[in-house]
Design a binder for this molecule. Structure first.
Ligand code: NAD
Length: 441
């Protein structure tokens, strides 16, 4: 029975490689349409949790995962040999940068080496991990063709970028349109046939490269626009104008404008990293990207700018940063989630310690993190502690924090997220980054 015929029987065997922020929600969506999913994950702790129906990803509903596991629709393993019985493999492994900011393809390579061992006729392989244009055809295809099987005839290979926005209550894995491009037209047709059973809308494009580039366009668009509004905040501080007010005013234009807000820098596994995949690829073609490099320069300078804003605020209070006690409020890279990856709050934390401050942190989503071989724990938000500190630096504006309580009890608040806008009792103690460089009056 061919793959397309088997799809009609609903007896498809679906494999997700890598059960992280992308892979676990995908596995649950696949199970939700009644298709059997086997997750292959190298972290045995995650394997055990999934098999016990225990959820560890914020965007996955505990009950949905539990039910799917109880019904036998989702199982997890670290044994790649299950691939020999699979019809579809979606690869959701990390694609970080190495120390030189070049693509680290080691996770994709090790997943591919395993797939190649168990590659069989009619297998559909879809890469979800963000990567540089050309990865699917130039990098993955030669490894898979070592099996002697022919792509587009014996097996099918495509790229379909994951677009998950952690914490977004409206757009989740299922209802976010899915761009998809195969290495051959048959690859697109086969991948589309399975994905349209799972996702609400498939957007086929004519090649894997177009799909890879579409993902990089989306994320680079964000990165560059965030760079622009971060520079806007710096300019507005010099001009004595409130950048946040300016952005909201501009956003009343009903066409041709999209809102982005300044902050302490880029975070997460996507926006600070993905554009460098494109820069790297272009370098191999003797082309130096300009917008990406400039936005990266502005964005990576933002933690330093937050610390300078703090030093200005402390100066207004006649204090030095050296020897002071500072709280970093919010360690996750964005509000209302627990993801610490690439969070600029760590850069702020490190810069403060480097300048001789004693630093503590509070984050309701991140109770602790590893640092210098030990663990640092979130301190409780208590009035007494706030009174004893020289300043609080808001790095992530989690919605479940009472910012009025912070303003009422802290001596000085540096707000890099506009969390204190419109609050009372800010006079002489709140300095909002991008707010026009004045203690609120
Ligand atoms: N997190 C997001 O919001 C997001 C959004 C869009 C795209 N992406 C992209 O999706 C990809 C995955 O990101 P993520 O956030 O899910 O990462 P993650 O670190 O949360 O999950 C990846 C999982 O893969 C596992 N893994 C690593 N190597 C493996 C291997 N060889 N075999 C099996 N499992 C392996 C890891 O143990 C981990 O559990 C990345 O390329 C990322 O850029 C992420």
């Amino acid at each position: 029975m061919s793959f397309l015929e088997k799809l009609k029987t609903k007896n498809t065997q679906f494999c997700v490689i890598g059960l992280g922020y992308v892979g676990l929600p995908l596995a649950v969506e696949v199970a939700n349409v009644g298709i059997n999913v086997t997750g292959v994950e190298i972290d045995t702790k995650k394997v055990n949790m999934v098999n016990n129906g225990e959820n560890y990803i914020g965007d996955v509903k505990d009950e949905e995962l539990k039910k799917a596991v109880e019904k036998g629709l989702i199982t997890a393993t670290s044994d790649f040999s299950v691939i020999k019985d699979m019809d579809v493999v979606s690869i959701c492994v990390p694609t970080p940068l190495n120390k030189l900011k070049d693509p680290d393809m080691s996770f994709i390579t090790s997943a591919l080496d395993e797939i190649e061992k168990y590659l069989h006729k009619d297998l559909v392989i879809i890469l979800e991990s963000t990567t540089y244009p050309g990865t699917t055809r130039e990098y993955m295809l030669p490894i898979l063709e070592e099996s002697g099987l022919e792509c587009g005839k014996d097996f099918y290979l495509a790229f379909s970028p994951e677009r998950v926005d952690p914490g977004n209550p409206v757009y989740l894995t299922k209802n976010t349109p899915k761009v998809l491009g195969g290495v051959t037209p048959a690859c697109t047709e086969h991948s589309k046939a399975i994905y349209e059973q799972i996702f609400d809308e498939i957007v086929p494009v004519t090649s894997a490269e177009a799909a890879e580039m579409a993902k990089l366009l989306e994320n680079t668009f964000r990165m560059i626009n965030i760079g622009w509004v971060n520079e806007l905040a710096i300019m507005c501080d010099r001009l004595g104008v409130d950048a946040w007010e300016v952005i909201d005013a501009a956003a009343t234009k009903p066409f041709g404008f999209m809102k982005f807000y300044p902050g302490p820098g880029l975070g997460g596994h996507c926006i600070p990293i993905d554009p460098h995949y494109l820069s790297w690829k272009m370098k191999t073609l003797n082309y130096k990207t300009k917008f990406i490099d400039l936005a990266a320069e502005v964005n990576t300078s933002m933690p330093e700018y937050v610390v300078h804003t703090l030093m200005d605020g402390m100066n207004m209070h006649g204090k030095a940063l050296n020897g002071s006690n500072i709280m970093v409020l919010g360690m996750a890279y964005k509000n209302d989630i627990d993801d610490l990856r690439e969070s600029p709050a760590f850069d702020v934390y490190n810069l403060l310690e480097d300048r001789g401050a004693t630093v503590c942190y509070h984050d309701p989503y991140c109770p602790s993190f590893k640092r210098n071989g030990g663990m640092v724990e979130s301190v409780p938000l208590m009035a007494e502690l706030l009174h004893s500190l020289d300043a609080v630096v808001i790095t992530t504006a989690h919605k479940n924090i009472d910012y009025q309580f912070i303003v009422d009890n802290a001596k000085l608040v540096i707000d890099s997220r506009n969390a204190t806008s419109g609050l009372k009792n800010t006079e002489g103690k709140v300095l909002r980054m991008g707010g026009g460089r004045k203690l609120e009056d």
